[in-house]
Design a protein around this ligand. Structure first.
Ligand code: FMN
Ligand code: SF4
Length: 395
């Protein structure tokens, strides 16, 4: 078969892949060879942090244990992100197939999809696809006819907490505990679900594994940049003519992305959701890639009429609500930043206090226990940095 040449925009590569092809290709190889293909592709996790998938899988594969687990992170709680919902609705087969390939590589018998509470309506569809895969011999005993390869997947529901998208909080939640992040190390690859080696990957990451097995590592790495290979799905919303889910090569400039979605004339773009960076128009020549502006896929376009203090306030309110409260910098610091934004709104924040708030934000980035608190000040700091005149215009 010929790999897709010009899949981009709202045509998704995933629509070109027939379920079963990736698994068949994987079963024709040894787990080590499959791992080598994923390594050559350069695939990095699509959930935001961009950790190399082959390294994670290799570490879990080389840890000896009587049980191992494959977890699909379908919590998708980042504001402005909805691409995993589209993948689960239209290409669930590929996600389950990627999890099955992960199981083959690390030697797992059990997979779990941790599904965002708000996506409960997708569950019957996911269960139906799972059942079809069992009937086709792609799940269950002797998967794909391979003796000794037994693997099945269950769907478990989240309960609506954003922090449960953080992989160790997700595992705590799956174990029936409060969804609070764990201290790391140890990492899930050696001490994960029920204390066993576990790979946790994003929905999109699993689907790309199948595309890579189907179309080849060279096809994947011929797109994107050296450090950020392949394509990525983006959830585009806000002040643009054509919001939706798009596929673009990694390394696309913000300006080009805006052109494709009808967002020319934007004043700023929030790349990476509430946890990401607010990129002003003067930086639209920058690229969306792990080495420049990283993202899990959320793109929120702000038109010229938007009030950037509203933006900062909205994101900080979200983090105040969603902080698990476990560590002091995040629990106490994020409300202080929100209070500061409200002082700015009323023209009652002195320059000296604004500077203190910025250094508080930097402290949160360094001292918070998990990614939620570390990222909570990002939007505030970038808005203060790039829109200082606008937000101080009120003082
Ligand atoms: C507060 C918080 C929320 C997160 N939410 C998600 C999420 O909804 N989906 C996701 O895939 N990763 C999320 N992550 C990242 C995960 O911890 C983890 O890095 C990811 O699932 C690994 O998969 P990947 O390597 O395929 O990207 C979140 C991280 C933090 C700190
Ligand atoms: S940074 Fe926030 S969300 Fe993370 S552990 Fe600390 S209090 Fe909880």
């Amino acid at each position: 078969m010929i790999p897709p040449q010009a899949v981009s925009g709202s045509n998704l590569t995933f629509s070109t892949i027939e379920p079963g092809i990736g698994l068949q290709a994987a079963l024709a190889k040894s787990p080590g060879e499959v791992l080598e293909i994923i390594k050559r592709s350069g695939l990095r996790g699509r959930g935001g942090a961009g950790f190399p998938t082959s390294i994670k899988w290799n570490l879990a594969a080389s840890t000896a244990a009587e049980a191992k687990y494959v977890i699909c992170n379908a919590d998708e709680g980042e504001p402005g992100t909805f691409k995993d919902r589209v993948i689960l609705a239209d290409y669930a087969d590929l996600v389950f197939e990627g999890m099955t390939i992960g199981a083959l590589v690390i030697g797992a018998r059990h997979g779990i999809v941790y599904l965002r509470a708000e996506y409960a309506y997708l569950r019957p569809h996911l269960e139906a696809v799972l059942q079809r895969r069992r009937e086709a011999g792609r799940l269950g005993q002797r998967v794909g006819g391979r003796e000794g390869f037994d693997f099945d997947i269950e769907v478990r529901m989240g309960a609506g907490a954003y922090v449960c998208g953080e992989e160790t909080a997700l595992i705590e939640s799956l174990e029936g505990h409060r969804g609070e992040p764990r201290n790391r190390p140890p990492f899930p690859i050696d001490t994960g679900y029920l204390g066993r080696p576990t790979i946790v990957n994003n929905v999109e990451t699993f689907a790309w594994v199948v595309a890579i097995l189907a179309w080849g590592a060279e096809w994947f790495r011929s797109h994107g940049t050296n450090k950020s290979t392949g394509y990525k799905l983006f959830s585009v919303s806000g002040d643009c003519a054509r919001p939706g889910v798009y596929e673009f090569p990694m390394g696309i400039t913000v300006a080009e992305l805006l052109r494709q979605v009808g967002g020319e004339g934007a004043k700023a773009v929030q790349v990476g959701g509430a946890s990401g960076q607010c990129v002003p128009a003067s930086h639209f020549d920058r690229t969306i890639a792990y080495e420049d502006i990283p993202t899990g896929g959320s793109i929120i376009v702000f038109g010229p009429q938007r009030d950037m203090l509203d933006v900062a306030e909205n994101f900080l309110e979200f983090f105040v609500d969603e902080s698990c409260g476990q560590c002091t910098p995040c629990r106490e610091g994020v409300p202080k930043l929100l209070e500061g934004v409200r002082l700015l709104r009323n023209g009652k924040c002195s320059m000296a206090y604004l500077n203190q708030l910025c250094s508080l934000g930097e402290t949160l980035q360094l001292a918070s226990k998990c990614g939620l608190g570390q990222a909570a000040p990002n939007a505030f700091l970038s808005i203060v940095n790039h829109f200082r005149d606008e937000i101080l215009g009120r003082t």
